[in-house]
Each structure stands twice: as structure tokens, then as C-alpha cells.
Design a protein around this ligand. Structure first.
Ligand SMILES: Nc1ncnc2c1ncn2[C@@H]1O[C@H](COP(=O)(O)OP(=O)(O)O)[C@@H](O)[C@H]1O
Ligand SMILES: [Mg+2]
Length: 279
């Protein structure tokens, strides 16, 4: 396996490679095709769902060259001085091509003064400038900023999409994982692609040292501190059978082995839901 982290190696480079956000990529693809790209976008949503990736793809599709793509992390450049510098720089034409793109990540971190300064730029952006603001906390972004932008709300990535993507990535990396393992990673990731890839990265390292380049479900469970299938089954049976003793012994086992309680609950819910649907 290469040393490059999976999240960098598999960062989508085209709109069609972005999974689970079709409601956004379709609109942006159209805007690009029609030549109707807006001057200001606001991408909001949970971490690891594709905001930065889509921003970079949009920049490229808009004709922005690498040297005219400016990425600012508002978490570390929060103040008025940074935004003033930005306001001065934005007036200059792009060095190559027709557009200059500013991606401002974690934009909710800006100070009040910085927001006001940014607002002025957003009110009268130069023709060649495109701003893409991204945030995980939309409620902390002033309404005045929000109303100046085209807003896109990124969703958590559905579990089934994550599961399939993890299988494909593992295969590309030359390690076999089964559906159950991919499903566990998808469950743990809670909708974040980046988190899923991070876990897979570690699990693949585990698999690399196996002779047959295969991760068993047991290994994956151990690695993720996930309760076994029997534990899940037994707790459900104990509830159905009103068997307090059995139930308590499973819970004891789970805490004794320091297993992840949240996952335990999720696995229980998943099975109960499946049982109800089968009725
Ligand atoms: N919707 C998606 N489709 C495919 N891969 C994704 C998606 N969202 C995130 N990723 C993966 O996760 C990594 C981090 O995504 P990123 O765009 O930086 O997320 P965000 O900016 O929303 O935190 C990317 O490099 C990519 O590998
Ligand atoms: Mg990001």
C-alpha cells in the first residue's frame, strides 16, 4: 500500500466522482455548462462529506488555475487583517485564465469585524472573483453573509454508499474485506467519508501484514472494538424473552471487554429494524 493517506489518494477530481451529493453536483454541473457560475457560494454540512473536494472541482471547472486558487483556513486566520489582505488581493486580475477562486474554509470562525469586511467584498465582487465559503456550523454564519451566497447543504453520506465505496477502495488497495466489515466501517463513520477512509486505512495496514491479504470480520470487529454478532443477538433475544439475567450478562460482557457502547446500540437497532421489516 502506498504511504499517501487514502483521503488524499481518493479525493474526487470530477463532479461525477463525488458520491451522495447529487443534489449539489447536478446543479453545479449545469451552472458550469451554461456558463452561469455565481460569484459566491456557501457550502455547509458535516465534516468529511465533500465540501472542500467540491469547492476545488468547481474552481477547476470554472477555469481557475492552481496559482489563482487561494485557500484560506478561517480557523487560523480569523481576523480583520487577513480579510483586508484578501480584499486588496482580490482586485488584481488572475495570473492565468479568467478567474480567481477564494475558498474560505470554516468560515464561521471569522470575527465580527472580519465578517463585515468580507461582506463588503461579497456585495461588490470583481468580475473575475469567485468565493466559496465552507462551514460545518451554518448557524454561526451571519444571515447577511448567507443571503449573499448560493447555499448548498451537504448531507451525511448514506451507509450503503459508504459501504460500497469502502469495498471498492479496499479492492483497489489489494486487500480483501467482506461486506460485513465494510458495513461496520460505514456504521462507525456516521456519514463521514473521511472518517470511513481513515478507519479503512488502518484496517488495510492490518491486512497488509496478513499473508493472504484478507481481513476477517473478527479482526475488523476487534480493531473497531465492535461487539460480536452473538452479543447483539443475545441482547435482543433476552429482551424478547424478558430474560433479565441473560441481558445483564451480555451488558457485563460488553463493558468488561471495553467495547463501544454506541456501536452496540446501533447494531441492536439495525437488527431490530431488520426484524420488524421482515414481519
Ligand atoms: N461525497 C464524497 N464522495 C467521495 N469521496 C468523498 C466525499 N466526501 C468526502 N470524500 C472523501 O473524504 C475526503 C475529505 O473530504 P472533504 O471534501 O475534504 O470533506 P469536507 O471538506 O466536507 O470536510 C476526500 O479527500 C475524499 O477522499
Ligand atoms: Mg473541508
Amino acid at each position: 500500500m502506498s504511504k499517501l493517506a487514502l483521503y488524499r489518494k481518493y479525493r474526487p477530481r470530477k463532479f461525477d466522482e463525488v458520491l451522495g451529493q447529487n443534489h449539489i453536483t447536478e446543479i453545479l454541473k449545469n451552472a458550469v455548462n451554461l456558463g452561469r457560475i455565481s460569484h459566491a457560494y456557501l457550502f455547509s454540512g458535516p465534516r468529511g462529506t465533500g465540501k472542500t473536494s467540491v469547492a476545488r472541482i468547481l474552481a477547476k471547472e470554472a477555469g481557475c488555475s492552481d496559482i489563482d486558487l487561494i485557500e484560506i483556513d478561517a480557523a487560523s486566520s480569523r481576523g480583520i487583517d487577513e480579510i483586508r489582505t484578501l480584499r486588496e488581493g482580490v482586485r488584481f486580475s488572475p495570473l492565468q485564465g479568467d478567474v480567481k477562486v477564494y475558498i474560505i474554509d470554516e468560515v464561521h470562525m471569522l470575527t465580527k469585524e472580519a465578517f463585515n469586511a468580507l461582506l463588503k467584498t461579497l456585495e461588490e465582487p470583481p468580475k473575475h472573483a469567485i468565493f466559496i465559503l465552507a462551514t460545518t456550523e451554518l448557524e454561526k454564519v451571519p444571515d447577511t453573509i448567507i443571503s449573499r451566497c448560493q447555499n448548498f447543504s451537504f448531507h451525511k453520506i448514506p451507509e450503503n454508499i459508504l459501504r460500497e465505496a469502502m469495498k471498492v477502495t479496499a479492492q483497489k488497495e489489494g486487500v480483501k474485506i467482506d461486506g460485513e466489515t465494510a458495513g461496520l466501517i460505514a456504521l462507525f463513520a456516521e456519514g463521514s467519508f473521511r472518517d470511513a477512509q481513515g478507519m479503512l486505512d488502518q484496517i488495510l495496514t492490518l491486512g497488509d501484514s496478513n499473508k493472504d491479504k484478507r481481513i476477517t470480520e473478527k479482526e475488523a470487529r476487534e480493531f473497531l472494538s465492535a461487539p460480536s454478532r452473538e452479543m447483539v443477538e443475545n441482547i435482543i433475544l433476552s429482551i424478547i424473552g424478558k430474560d433479565t439475567e441473560k441481558g445483564l450478562s451480555v451488558i457485563h460482557e460488553v463493558t468488561e471487554q471495553n467495547l463501544n457502547i454506541k456501536t452496540f446500540l446501533k447494531l441492536i437497532l439495525r437488527d431490530v429494524r431488520a426484524m420488524l421489516l421482515l414481519r
